[in-house]
Design a binder for this molecule. Structure first.
Ligand SMILES: NC(=O)c1ccc[n+]([C@@H]2O[C@H](COP(=O)([O-])OP(=O)(O)OC[C@H]3O[C@@H](n4cnc5c(N)ncnc54)[C@H](OP(=O)(O)O)[C@@H]3O)[C@@H](O)[C@H]2O)c1
Length: 259
């Protein structure tokens, strides 16, 4: 099925002002899907809206919202209004703290959990319910190899991404009979402004083999019908981030009887 037919008429992208989120918006517009573009900074969202309008004639909507605020999902829903959303992409979610757990105020970690867990969960509930009624749609949750186990200096981040991994697997199992696609896209190192900034702060060299945002958008949308997991750079039956391959984990979900 074409992207527009399967995931249209509107997409919502949480974290769309740069990097992979912006690449998703551009790729979707190429396929005729306008997006509601969500991020904190209004200026890059407005620039992206103008760029997409100029190239495709599609009028995106911008929603300057802090996704770590408790009312973020309500604000997104307000911006979406009566538009029919066939695709929700949870993209924002990097840990920009670069610190051990006790070396930051708890508020920083609570904000990260709000971003990666609460707002993601609420938006999947809000946008997933009408998709189930319509019998089509997609929920694409951008994840990290860090989801497969705890890493020092990334405690809250790895835990929040593990939440996303397990949530996506279970939700995929629940929604596939209804025709709604769920995928968590497990990324490795990717060339985004946020990651470049973190590397510069840590005086680390730029990777030579990192993914481009354009490839992430292309592969993510192509793999969306084949959830619940795509491990970046891996074949479906190949393990990389953990001893379990994506295919083995899919089988695991299908073999355990649901509640
Ligand atoms: N880059 C990598 O190497 C890498 C590796 C593995 C996984 N990932 C995953 O890929 C995704 C994208 O990562 P990224 O490197 O591009 O960094 P990111 O900070 O997660 O994403 C950047 C985008 O999210 C928006 N954003 C961040 N915090 C926000 C907030 N509180 N409220 C609203 N919007 C927010 C930013 O816009 P504003 O600043 O305008 O708000 C920007 O548009 C994340 O889920 C990350 O975990 C990335």
């Amino acid at each position: 099925m074409e992207l527009l037919e399967r995931y249209g008429p509107w997409a919502v992208i949480a974290g769309a002002s740069e990097g992979t989120g912006r690449a998703f918006a551009r790729k979707l517009a190429e396929h005729g899907l306008p997006s509601v573009l969500v991020a904190r900074r209004e200026a890059p969202l407005a620039a992206l809206r103008e760029e997409i309008l100029g190239k495709t004639g599609l009028a995106c909507v911008i929603a300057p919202v802090d996704l770590s605020a408790p009312d973020a999902c309500d604000k997104i829903a307000e911006a979406v209004g009566a538009r029919e959303v066939g695709l929700f992409i949870s993209n924002a979610g990097a840990d920009t703290n670069g610190a051990s757990f006790l070396d930051r105020d708890i508020a920083a970690w609570e904000a990260l959990v709000n971003l990666n867990v609460t707002t993601m969960l609420r938006c999947c509930h809000h946008f997933g319910a009408p998709m189930r009624v319509r019998g089509k749609g997609g929920l694409l949750l951008v994840n990290s190899g860090a989801s497969y186990g705890g890493i020092r200096g990334l405690a809250a981040y790895t835990a929040s991404k593990a939440f996303m991994l397990n949530f996506a697997e279970a939700l995929w199992g629940e929604l596939r009979p209804a025709g709604v696609d769920v995928l968590t896209l497990v990324l490795g190192q990717t060339d985004t402004p946020a990651y470049r900034k973190l590397l510069a702060e840590k005086h680390l060299p730029l990777p030579t083999d990192w993914a481009t945002p354009e490839d992430v958008a292309k592969v993510g949308l192509a793999r969306l019908p084949f959830g619940p997991i795509h491990n970046w750079g891996c074949a479906d039956d190949e393990a990389r981030f953990s001893p379990s391959s994506a295919a083995a984990r899919r089988q695991r979900v299908l073999l355990i009887p649901g509640m």
